[in-house]
Design a protein around this ligand. Sequence first.
Ligand code: NDP
Length: 401
Amino acid sequence: MKKTLIIGAGGVAGVAAHKCAQNHEVFPDIMIASRTKAKCDAIAAQLAQRGYKSKISTAQIDAMDVPALTKLIKDYGADLVLNLALPYQDLAIMDACLAAGVGYVDTANYEPEDDAKFEYKWQWAYRDRYKDAGITALLGSGFDPGVTSVFSAYALKHYFDEIHYIDILDCNGGDHGYPFATNFNPEINIREVAAKGSYWEDGKWVHTEPMEIKREYDFAQVGKKDMYLLHHEEIESLALNIPGIKRIRFFMTFGQSYLTHLKCLENVGMTSIEPIEYQGQQIVPIQFLAAVLPDPSSLGPRTKGKTNIGCIFQGVKDGKTRNLYIYNVCDHQECYKEVGSQAISYTTGVPAMIGAMMLLTGTWRGPGVFNIEEFDPDPFMEALNKWGLPWIVDENPTLVD
Ligand code: NDP
């Protein structure tokens, strides 16, 4: 009987636990472990209420403590670890999986706590060790990275001989009624959004000021939204894994209220990651800010509207140019009804479960460290339709200039 250890008990972990438990044939035995055990117990209680068949247990763990985590993985007898804690824990959890000899899945790439810079190089450095140990690490099995990367592999496999341009568009048309709140971990979200932008063009990174490049796009089932170019992690691996690619950009929508608040918080120093001394105590301003903002996992009942996330591809097939848009639309309230969460956690938690399923069932296999687009996209695309994130193919999309 396969055993899955989920690490983290936040918004994404909550959804992934629900989806794993719904898929009890693949996930008959699940342990949820996080820094605060009460949060794991709260998820376990929700799962029990819904009457799922999987066996659920919980544990307290600081994932940065590699020996303790290795012991937990071994004592529980996990076959796979699904890392849904924060990017800071990625390397420690990868070390523990190596020590215990079990597979690893995550949704966000490693970021050092004292430097707001996420890159794959730290995790790619584990390739030989995972290969030698005969175990698999699957990196970036969320929505973006994750589903957007699988959309790219699928487009290349079925629609193009070569893809030249990819625009990844992440639109959240949801409204939670707060003047300012983030849809996933506030610290990670603000670090990402406040950073300089960048995109990949002609074999190199082009850097921009934060929010320097703005476009308007009319999103299906959402409407017109302003979107801004951000640096995003899947660009780094897609640039290597999509042969012939000339440019990859990532855009995310933001409302005016969010941007005005963010600018103000930046201007007064509240988004800084440099520790300061306050009344004899060291505090990190962004961590204090995260503590006073609404918990993203509490936004579920308040958030109304839809997300629309996908990729626009331009390339060639049989000597002719071709454009294609693959996207998913997800309704915040529908997600809340199904798993008690808003759509941002849902669109990340569902692919996290699917990535774990691909490894547990042996559908995707091979020792080493892989980005998600390196595997056959077809079974993952099929599973998206089955498990709550159906996708739409538009062969005549409006392009982004
Ligand atoms: P939350 O902040 O809601 O949850 C994070 C969880 O990790 C908390 O339960 C926290 O425990 C736990 N945690 C933090 N540090 C440790 C530690 N040292 N040991 C054990 N557990 C720890 O975050 P989200 O659920 O919103 O996000 C989870 C992950 O998903 C993040 O990495 C985020 O970047 C990623 N993500 C990926 C997306 C994608 O599309 N690819 C989109 C959205 C998110 P405690 O509460 O006790 O502190």
